[in-house]
Design a protein around this ligand. Structure first.
Ligand SMILES: *[C@@H]1O[C@H](CO)[C@@H](O)[C@H](O)[C@H]1NC(C)=O
Length: 221
C-alpha cells in the first residue's frame, strides 16, 4: 500500500502544466478506482471463503454429533450384551478344593477345604468351606475324605443345613489308610449354600490331599 501511495504522489507530481496535471490526476483516480474495486472483490471473495469454511465446519459438527449418537448407541448395545452374557459368566461356576492339613478332634463342624485347585467365579469360599450357587440350576458335587490308622470320620453333604448324603472313612488298624466319599446332583436356587460337615469321628486326613470337595454347575434351570 505504501508503494502505491508513493507511486501516486510521484505520478501526481510528475507533470509540467495544468492540463497535463489534470490528465495525470484523472489517470490516478481511475487507477485508484480500479484498485479499490479489486480490493472490494477480494473482500467479497474472502467473505465467501469464510462462509464456505463455516459451512464445512457446521457439516463437520453435524458429523461429529452423529458419531457421538452412534457411539452412545454402541455403548448401550455393549451394556445390553454384557447383561445378556451374565448368566454365561455365572454359568461357569466350578470348583475343586483340597484340605491340605490334618484335622483332629473333629465333632460337628464344617470341613474347610482350604486349598482351591480350581475355583471359577470364586463361588466356593475357601475360608468358610461354603459354596454359594450363583444362579438357579442343576449342580454336581463330589467329595472324598481320608483317614489313617484306626480312626474314623463321617462327613455329610449339607444343603442349607440339611443333610443330602453321607460318607465314612474308618481305619481298622495302625498304618491303615482309608478313603470314603460320595456324590450328588442337586437342583439349587440362587444363593443356596452347600458344604461338608463332619457328624461323628475324630480325625480327617488332609496332609496327603486325600480329602477334597468338588462342585460344578451342570446347567442353569
Ligand atoms: C484360599 O486360597 C488361597 C489361594 O490358594 C490362599 O492363598 C488362601 O490362603 C486360602 N485361604 C485359606 C483360609 O486357607
Amino acid at each position: 500500500m505504501q508503494n502505491f501511495v508513493l507511486f501516486f504522489l510521484f505520478s501526481a507530481l510528475y507533470c509540467v502544466n495544468a492540463d497535463e496535471c489534470t490528465t495525470r490526476l484523472n489517470e490516478l483516480e481511475n487507477k485508484l478506482d480500479v484498485l479499490l474495486e479489486a480490493q472490494a472483490i477480494q473482500k467479497l471473495e474472502d467473505n465467501e471463503k469464510i462462509k464456505e469454511l463455516e459451512a464445512i465446519i457446521s457439516r463437520q459438527n453435524q458429523v461429529i454429533s452423529q458419531t457421538g449418537f452412534r457411539l452412545s448407541g454402541l455403548e448401550n448395545t455393549i451394556e445390553k450384551q454384557k447383561r445378556q452374557m451374565q448368566p454365561a459368566i455365572e454359568g461357569q461356576a466350578a470348583f475343586s478344593a483340597v484340605l491340605d492339613h490334618d484335622l483332629d478332634g473333629v465333632g460337628h463342624q464344617t470341613i474347610v477345604f482350604n486349598k482351591p485347585i480350581y475355583n471359577k467365579g470364586n463361588y466356593y469360599d475357601n475360608s468358610t468351606g461354603v459354596f454359594t450357587a450363583p444362579l438357579d440350576g442343576v449342580y454336581l458335587f463330589i467329595y472324598f475324605i481320608g483317614n489313617r490308622h484306626d480312626r474314623e470320620v463321617d462327613a455329610q453333604l449339607m444343603l442349607n443345613g440339611l443333610k443330602q448324603n453321607e460318607a465314612v472313612a474308618e481305619g481298622v488298624s495302625n498304618a491303615h489308610d482309608t478313603q470314603g466319599g460320595n456324590s450328588a446332583i442337586l437342583q439349587l436356587t440362587v444363593n443356596d449354600k452347600v458344604w461338608l460337615a463332619t457328624s461323628i469321628g475324630d480325625h480327617v486326613e488332609g496332609q496327603w490331599w486325600f480329602s477334597s470337595f468338588t462342585g460344578a454347575l451342570l446347567y442353569p434351570y
